[in-house]
Write a protein that binds this ligand. Structure first.
Ligand SMILES: CC(C)(COP(=O)(O)OP(=O)(O)OC[C@H]1O[C@@H](n2cnc3c(N)ncnc32)[C@H](O)[C@@H]1OP(=O)(O)O)[C@@H](O)C(=O)NCCC(=O)NCCS
Length: 250
């Protein structure tokens, strides 16, 4: 039984144990669906008894998107991916709060912020009426926790603080020898709109540059205006976009 082959020919299909444990349905993800591999993705889903499939395709592959619609997939979100060249000048400015790497003892405080900031988030999980909203909130809290605990999930977690408390965090992953990815950024609701996300973005870019990396990548939902405002103002450019579909087999 093929479960974890992950090649472009099979749309990078894999069974998602994390999702299965959370939502109690057999779940698979196919991150690179195209018109050429959609049939194979469906075949693998059926062979593996998949009940819930999360499938992503590039927005320029409209034939794939339309065929997924014909097959009963439902659109859940649209991702936009921005890149910022780290060799270009970065703004020299004082951050709007002190930013530093987190300490392990701060994980609970970080999770609390994540819980508030990602409650009802605009991502594909929350968009699916068949998934319990509270379970969808947990996706993010669990991802944040794993980011704090495992270098396989995040290479750095930065926090912003004032004299009394943590105000937000940003997780960073090194993708390869030239690229970092800004993964999960969150600011506690009371501190939003004061430039902290911008400060996290600049700090992440400086972090990447210090490691000799050339590019920051940041992926978010097209409806996440706040993150895109910050990215645009810092000279990040749109590099690609993708649709996320869900297909239920039960
Ligand atoms: C996205 C997020 C990190 C932004 O943090 P922030 O510190 O509030 O961002 P900044 O203050 O640096 O700037 C955000 C800009 O977007 C604006 N903005 C915030 N929410 C907005 C919304 N819903 N629609 C339009 N603009 C919005 C802010 O007003 C500000 O613009 P301005 O300078 O013109 O006023 C924060 O809103 C958050 O934690 N959201 C929930 C989690 C999330 O979406 N994370 C990002 C994806 S991983």
């Amino acid at each position: 039984m093929s479960t974890d082959t992950q090649t472009p020919e099979d749309g990078s299909f894999f069974l998602s144990v994390l999702d299965e444990n959370r939502f109690k349905v057999k779940t698979a993800k196919a991150q690179q669906v195209s018109i050429d591999n959609l049939d194979r993705v469906l075949e693998l889903s059926r062979e593996n008894g998949v009940e819930f499939l999360i499938a992503r395709c590039h927005t320029d592959d409209l034939r794939a998107a339309q065929k997924m619609e014909e097959e009963g997939f439902l659109l859940m979100d649209t991702l936009v991916c921005y890149t910022r060249d780290l060799e270009k000048p970065l703004p020299l400015e004082t951050p709007s709060a002190n930013i530093r790497p987190f300490h392990t003892k701060e994980i609970e405080e970080i999770l609390l912020i994540g819980k508030k900031a990602f409650k009802g988030y605009c991502g594909h999980y929350h968009a699916d009426p068949r998934l319990e909203p509270e379970k969808c909130d947990e996706v993010y809290v669990s991802w944040i926790k794993r980011s704090c605990l495992s270098k396989e999930v995040a290479d750095e977690v930065l926090i912003a603080e004032d004299s009394e408390q943590i105000l937000g965090f940003a997780t960073i992953k090194i993708n390869d020898e030239s690229e970092i990815q800004g993964a999960l950024y969150a600011v506690t609701p009371e501190a939003q709109g004061k430039g902290l996300c911008r400060s996290f973005m600049v700090a992440s870019m400086l972090w990447g540059r210090l490691k000799g990396l050339k590019r920051l990548l940041y992926r978010t939902q097209i409806t996440n205006i706040a993150a895109q405002k910050v990215l645009g103002r810092l000279g990040a450019e749109l590099s690609y976009s993708a649709y996320t579909f869900h297909k239920w087999f039960i």
